[in-house]
Design a protein around this ligand. Structure first.
Ligand code: ZN
Length: 327
């Protein structure tokens, strides 16, 4: 009978898996593991390293990230092997909020056949800022505010739980890490003299950071040093550096530093020395297998680097003494 063979759709999409429905107690989720019909754990693929790290933390198992260190998610195009990995996976975790613009088509194509989650789109809309470059869109760089990334953690945990993973303990652990990072950021960044709480970076990735910790954030990507408007903007920023006595600006590996050099030279011409305060991780994490190659490590690195370069105090090796340990 049709009615017995095919449970109503809402049953299948609830917390009960098909196996739980058919097999009763024997098919309840295994501890921190899950199984597909073939008996193997569901394969999880994530677009960005930050999301893959989150899913690894929650499952304790391997999760492939399509974008590695130093890759720019705004412009990254899926390769043939990425498409293959996506089509073989059971669970696809992507950021959403227009971050991975080149993945729209492939994700739409796979959505009916897979579990697909736009991780950042789980964050309540009223907590999102608008994108400085496209004001009709939300700013996607939510991972710089640990309290926002906690929402992402909850959404990923819910999806993984539905797929049979037991994330009760790991999601508590993740929430504790995010809370500790937020507290470290708050305490450490407050040691920077108030007038110097200005973050001048290459691209507009740090607006959420600025909002969370009360910092002024200035991104310089897109400023042309060849145009009059660009030069006026450089002059305005030089003025900010000099009058607020800002000692450092920050670079990012993926963005050209020509405008940054113009800033430093402009300040020097007014007898104000500005250093490159270090390289920040913006849209990708550090090298694989290092602490900086994890989300907590990337955030710890940024906070510690910013505080130390701008006259604050922070332990050289960060919140947990793990920074700069190499591989
Ligand atoms: Zn970005």
């Amino acid at each position: 009978m049709q009615r017995e063979r095919t449970p109503p759709r809402h049953f299948l999409s609830s917390g009960l898996s098909r196996r739980a429905l058919l097999g009763g107690l024997a098919a309840l989720p295994f501890a921190a593991r899950a199984a597909t019909a073939s008996g193997t754990a569901p394969v999880i693929v994530a677009t960005t390293g930050m999301i893959a790290d989150l899913a690894r933390t929650l499952t304790g198992g391997p999760v492939q990230a399509l974008m590695g260190p130093g890759m720019d998610p705004h412009s990254y195009r899926p390769t043939r092997s990425d498409i293959l990995a996506l089509s073989r996976a059971d669970i696809l975790l992507h950021h959403g909020l227009h971050l991975e613009a080149q993945f729209t088509d492939i994700l739409a194509e796979l959505a009916p056949k897979k579990t697909v989650l736009a991780v950042a789109e789980s964050i309540p809309k009223d907590l999102l800022l608008s994108d400085p470059a496209y004001t009709d869109r939300p700013d996607p760089h939510v991972w710089f505010d640990p309290t926002l990334w906690q929402h992402a953690g909850k959404a990923v945990a819910a999806t993984l739980t539905q797929a049979g993973f037991d994330t009760a303990a790991t999601s508590e652990g993740f929430a504790a890490t995010a809370t500790a990072l937020d507290a470290y950021a708050r305490d450490t960044l407050a040691t920077v003299p108030e007038q110097a709480r200005v973050l001048v970076t290459a691209h507009d990735a740090f607006e959420y950071f600025g909002r969370a910790y009360g910092w002024q954030v200035e991104g310089i990507q897109g400023i042309s040093t060849d145009s009059e408007a660009g030069l006026a903007r450089i002059a305005e920023l030089v003025d900010l550096l000099v009058t607020r006595d800002i000692q450092a600006v920050f670079v990012e590996s993926s963005v050209s530093d020509r405008a940054m050099q113009a800033l430093i030279e402009g300040a020097a011409a007014r007898d104000h020395y500005v250093a490159i305060g270090g390289e920040l991780f913006s849209d990708a994490m550090g090298p694989d297998t290092t602490y900086e190659g994890t989300w907590p490590g990337m955030i710890d690195h940024n906070i510690t680097t910013i505080a130390r370069a701008l006259g604050g105090t922070a332990p050289e090796r960060g919140m947990q003494g793990k920074l700069n340990a190499g591989t």
